[in-house]
Design a protein around this ligand. Structure first.
Ligand code: R5P
Length: 309
């Protein structure tokens, strides 16, 4: 087996190769002056199983293009089984046609991956399939969705406190919270239309999904004097986590801890969350200043199992 990385996952790729004791190939990538992507594989892959490690943030489209070019080149060079490891799978949130005529983006992504010879995909806490950990079929590609929830909680127990209460900030985090804690405690998030004022689920204004505003996050739990971990799959704009942290704090929590698998931290949400919480942590699925938990052990376990059998 050989591990190859795209430009977005160099450190993670190295960690995985070291843990598996296999050859690591740093693929040459660059961007032409006109913005096109260049890729070159500098080693012989003929007759070998190959694993491409490439997360898809920042610059989702460029990261995807690099990934596709690497896979297709590997196939042309005679690699055997090609596994894609994409810790943050871009476009997974567009997993339905929320409005008529919308692209089902994740289906298109899966089709492209299939066309360049991806045999199997490993991803982490993907939003597709409502973050249920386990194996699933991604439009014809066998896929494993791992969950970083247990690793994040282990880390928080070591760094902050053993005694934790863990909740999800909304329905989207339910499966991840259940998997990590065995319980499904979540807050209620309400999104309303800025035009008609109705909840997003009842609104007929046909505005873009992202334009709905989070108006309230409510809780039925007692946070007083508790160390509360708010666990989610993704911090994107940060709106959900910020509102949840405020709710938990105003509920009297002793410590507020924000934890997520993928830290996109758009705009100033990283700064805001650092100020609001006692501890903030995400994984290295995307490299950020608070990526203090590595997803490498999860990936290594699956690669060992899959290729040994
Ligand atoms: C939603 O269901 C997800 O679990 C996340 O809570 C959400 O996507 C986070 O997005 P943002 O940071 O933009 O509020």
């Amino acid at each position: 087996m050989i591990i190859l990385n795209g430009s977005k996952s160099t450190t993670l790729g190295e960690k995985i190769a070291i843990a598996l004791g296999v050859k690591f190939e740093d693929v040459t990538t660059r961007v032409f002056p006109d913005g096109e992507t260049y890729v070159r594989i500098n080693t012989d892959v003929k007759g070998r199983d190959a694993v491409i490690i490439q997360t898809m943030f920042p610059n989702q489209n460029d990261s995807l293009m690099e990934f596709l070019l690497i896979a297709d080149t590997l196939k042309d060079m005679g690699a055997l089984k090609i596994t894609g490891v994409v810790p943050y799978l871009a476009y997974a949130r567009q997993d339905r046609r929320f409005q008529p005529g919308e692209a089902l983006s994740i289906k298109t992504i899966a089709g492209l991956m299939k066309s360049v010879g991806i045999d199997r995909l490993i991803t982490i806490d993907t939003h597709y399939q409502h973050v249920k950990p386990g194996e699933f079929d991604l439009f014809g590609i066998p896929c494993v969705n791992l969950s970083a929830g247990p690793l994040l909680l282990e880390h928080i127990k070591e760094k902050v406190d053993q005694d934790l209460m863990t909740i999800g900030p909304d329905l989207g985090s339910l499966e991840m919270v259940k998997y990590a804690t065995g319980e499904g405690m979540i807050l209620k998030k309400e999104k309303r239309c800025p035009i008609c004022g109705k909840p997003a689920t009842e609104c007929k204004c046909r505005i873009k999904k992202k334009k709905y505003e989070i108006t309230e996050i409510e809780s039925e739990y007692d946070f007083s004097r508790k160390n509360v971990v708010i666990l989610d799959d993704i911090i994107a704009s940060g709106g959900t986590m910020i509102k949840a942290a405020k709710e938990v704090k105003s509920g009297g929590a002793k410590k507020v801890i924000a934890a997520a698998t993928h830290g996109l931290f758009m705009k100033d949400s990283l700064i805001q969350l650092k100020e609001l919480t006692d501890y903030l942590v995400v994984t290295d699925s995307i490299s950020t200043p608070v990526s203090n938990v590595s997803v490498a052990p999860l990936i290594v376990k699956v690669l060992k199992k899959g290729f040994d059998s």
